[in-house]
Design a protein around this ligand. Structure first.
Ligand code: ADP
Ligand code: MG
Length: 764
């Protein structure tokens, strides 16, 4: 049994070894597969590299060529490249599929299940074998025990047999001894009888011992029989165990056969799998080869493309070389060109320079001429111009017939105005008439030419004349929202000066003064109460100046506003009733524009005097007294003096009575020579003001008619009628010289141009 067991075990070990071997083989196969796939992948990788190389080659070529011929092929190559890439991608997909198949070769294979069943059977068989072995070991143990007992029994049997033999031998010896003794005793009858008796007695004892021995022998034999029976049983048991062993062996044989079959199946499956794998590998390989071929073909195509590109490259290289040569020669060429261009340019500049010089000369000449013509024009138009402005009817005029409108205009002539006075219509002709609806802007448009001539070095006076409440201050100062001439003039000066800043340096200064009761006071000074004097310049130029009159340099509208504000505040703090006070005093804004032409050194000085006159209404007549009378007399005197001066100037008299009032004395420079004067006569349209309106308009018309009148001795000697004289005059009366057109004499012209020369003196 043991031997068979050992044999069985050996076989099992063998089987296990075989199984291991098979598993190893399987692993090796799988390794092979893996390496093959890796190899394939490597091939794919190299293909990819080649593709990349081609792409690089293409891009290199493209960059080398860069030109038009290369561009023709570029698209082609790009398309091919794209196609190759797609093929590559498909190839990779297939490869992936293949790998997946390899990784899961028999997931759905029926053999796998069979294999698993076989394996299970095998393990069951092994389990049974194990059980059988355990049973065998048990039996072995029993047999061992029984054998041991048997040996013991046999040993005992042997002992008892040896004992019996000894006993038999001892008994036979004694029997022999006894027979010998008997024989000897027969020879000795007496004694014999006794001895026989003794022997007989002794022989019974022996016989008893023999009996005992025989019974013992009997027992021992029985025991031997029993042992034999046990042995027989044991043999039977052995036989049965041998039978089971045979059975087991048969089973093992069966299992082995089954194992063999499973093994065979497994081998077959492996064979099939291997074949399948080989087939797949072959297929992949052939496909890869085909693709390789296609790639090769593509490569060939690319090569041919390259070949066709080569001539283009050659031409490009040629072009490049020629360009390079050109570039090399370029600096020299550039230098030459630059030199010639420079020469040409400098020549042109020279020409331009000379032309410029010529032009400048001509321009200066033209300028002089223009100035001359302008002066002539102005002179012809009149250096003193008279405008009329009618203010609108206001709330202050009240209601009823008193506030009715008494002024009408001519639709076709903007210089004519009709006044209904005491039922009669009186007409006046001025240089221009502004109706009530005329805006500040419109008024200023008519004035701005005068203002700008100040920049050219002319002196300008603008007077606002009229009764109190007729709109003098409105026209000159205006309101904050709607400024008058003062602010607009300064703004215009600023913009004009800015426009000429390229050639000219200008300085604009502003002074503000007031003449009240023939006393001149500085409105911007620290001591407003201080009376200022008008003095002759010590330099002997004959010019006048006011020592201590404050001048402010202004550069912007903000500056002007500040100055006005300052002057206004001064005036307000000085008097208890500003309205009243302002109507009794002349307010002057003196703007001085000093210019320097940087290129020629020419210096000009122009003065713009903006005068808001005291009210022209007649007060003195109605029995005014004291200070009121004094004020009225002063106003009357100064306005008369202004009239006188203007009259004298217009009629070009030798003597102009500037010194008759502070106002005319102060404005002497700005009224004489080719200075320009504008008289803005303000009137109220209200019925209740018609007599004052009539006076103002008469004053205006006279001023104007004087200018056009011939120079008469009478006029030369006579004086401007006083305010009192004016009131009795009928419109168009002959108190002043009649109308007529007189052209200036040549002498007058030459004196005018001399004065221009005086004004435009050059520095140094
Ligand atoms: P004056 O200075 O001659 O005494 P003002 O200028 O003070 O007169 O004018 C008197 C009033 O009439 C003011 O309220 C002023 O606003 C108004 N006024 C004068 N002229 C006009 C005008 N053209 N448009 C509107 N209102 C005016
Ligand atoms: Mg006023």
């Amino acid at each position: 049994v043991m031997a068979s067991m050992a044999h069985l075990q050996k076989e099992k070990l063998q089987l296990q070894e075989e199984l291991l071997e098979l598993q190893e083989k399987l692993a090796a196969r799988e390794n092979d597969k893996l390496s093959l796939s890796l190899q394939l992948q490597g091939q794919v990788e190299t293909l990819k590299e080649k593709l990349l190389e081609q792409a690089q080659e293409i891009s290199r070529l493209r960059s080398e060529l860069g030109g038009t011929d290369a561009e023709k092929h570029r698209d082609l190559l790009a398309a091919e490249n794209e196609r190759l890439r797609q093929e590559m991608k498909a190839c990779e997909g297939e490869l992936r599929e293949l790998r997946r198949q390899q990784q899961a070769p028999c997931r759905d294979c029926p053999h796998l299940q069979e294999n698993a069943g076989l394996r299970e059977q095998l393990s069951q068989l092994q389990r049974e074998a194990e059980e059988t072995r355990a049973k065998l070991v048990e039996l072995d143990l029993e047999v061992q025990q029984k054998t041991n007992r048997l040996a013991e029994v046999e040993l005992r049997l042997k002992d008892s047999l040896a004992e019996r033999a000894q006993e038999e031998e001892r008994l036979s010896r004694r029997l022999r001894d006894s027979q010998e003794t008997i024989a000897s005793l027969k020879s000795q009858p007496q004694q014999i009888k006794y001895i026989i008796k003794t022997v007989e007695v002794e022989s019974t004892k022996a016989k008893q011992a023999l009996c005992e021995t025989q019974s013992r022998n009997q027992y021992l034999q029985e025991q031997v029989g029993m042992q034999k029976q046990v042995l027989k049983e044991m043999e039977q048991q052995l036989q049965s165990s041998q039978k089971t062993e045979a059975q087991l062996r048969a089973q093992i044989m069966m299992y082995e056969a089954e194992l063999e079959r499973a093994h065979g199946q497994m081998l077959e499956e492996m064979q099939a799998m291997e074949e399948e794998k080989n087939r797949a590998i072959e297929e992949a390989f052939s496909r890869a080869q085909v693709e390789m071929k296609a790639v090769h073909e593509n490569l060939a195509g690319v090569r041919t493309n390259l070949l066709t590109l080569q001539p283009a490259l050659r031409t490009l290289t040629h072009d490049y070389n020629s360009l390079k040569r050109q570039v090399r020669d370029f600096p020299l060429l550039l230098q030459d060109t630059l030199r010639s261009a420079r020469a040409e340019i400098s020549q042109a500049i020279e020409e331009v320079h000379s032309t410029n010089r010529e032009l400048l000369r001509k321009y200066r000449r033209e300028l002089q001429l223009r100035k001359k013509c302008h002066n002539e024009l102005v002179r012809l138009k009149g250096n003193i111009r008279v405008f009329g402005r009618v203010r609108p009817i206001t709330k202050e005029d009240g209601e009823g017939p008193e506030a009715a409108n008494a002024v009408t205009f001519d639709a076709d002539d903007d210089a004519v105005l009709h006044l209904l006075h005491k039922g009669k219509q009186v007409s006046f002709e001025l240089d221009k008439v502004f109706p009530p609806q005329a805006s500040q802007e419109e008024v200023f448009q008519e004035v701005q030419a005068l203002v700008t001539s100040c920049i050219d070095g002319y002196n300008v006076c603008i007077f606002a004349y009229g009764q109190t409440g007729a709109g003098k201050t409105y026209t000159m100062e205006g309101t904050a929202a709607n400024p008058g001439i003062n602010q607009r003039a300064l703004q215009l000066l600023f913009s004009e000066v800015r426009g000429k800043a390229a050639d000219w340096d200008y300085a604009i200064t502003v002074s503000a003064a007031e003449i009240y009761n023939e006393a001149l006071r500085d409105l911007l000074g620290k001591e407003p109460q201080e009376k200022l004097e008008i003095k002759l310049c010590p330099d002997g130029s004959g010019q006048l100046y006011v020592p201590g009159l404050t001048e402010f340099r202004v550069q912007s509208v903000e500056d002007i506003n500040k100055v006005f504000e300052f002057g206004h505040v001064k005036r307000v703090t000085e008097c208890t009733n500003l309205n009243e006070h302002s109507s009794r005093s002349h307010a002057l804004l003196i703007v001085t524009v000093r210019g320097l032409d940087r290129s020629t050194g020419l210096r000009t000085t122009g003065k713009l005097n903006l005068v808001d006159l005291a009210g022209s209404e007649r007060v003195g007549r109605s029995g005014a007294e004291g200070s009121r009378l004094r004020e009225a007399q002063h106003i009357n005197k100064s306005l008369s003096a202004l009239g006188d001066v203007i009259y004298a100037l217009r009629s070009r008299q030798g003597h102009v009575p500037f010194r008759n009032s502070k106002l005319t004395y102060l404005l002497q420079d700005s009224l004489s020579g080719d200075s320009k004067t504008l008289m803005m006569v303000q009137v109220s349209p209200a019925e209740k003001n018609t007599s004052e309106t009539l006076c103002s308009l008469k004053f205006a018309e006279r001023v104007r008619s004087v200018e056009l009148g011939p120079v008469s001795r009478k006029a030369e000697l006579g004086s401007w009628p006083s305010q009192e004289h004016l009131e009795g005059d009928s419109p168009g009366s002959a108190a002043l010289p009649g109308r007529g057109h007189a052209s200036p004499s040549p002498g007058q012209l030459s004196s005018r141009s001399a004065s221009i020369r005086r004004k435009l003196h050059t520095s140094g």
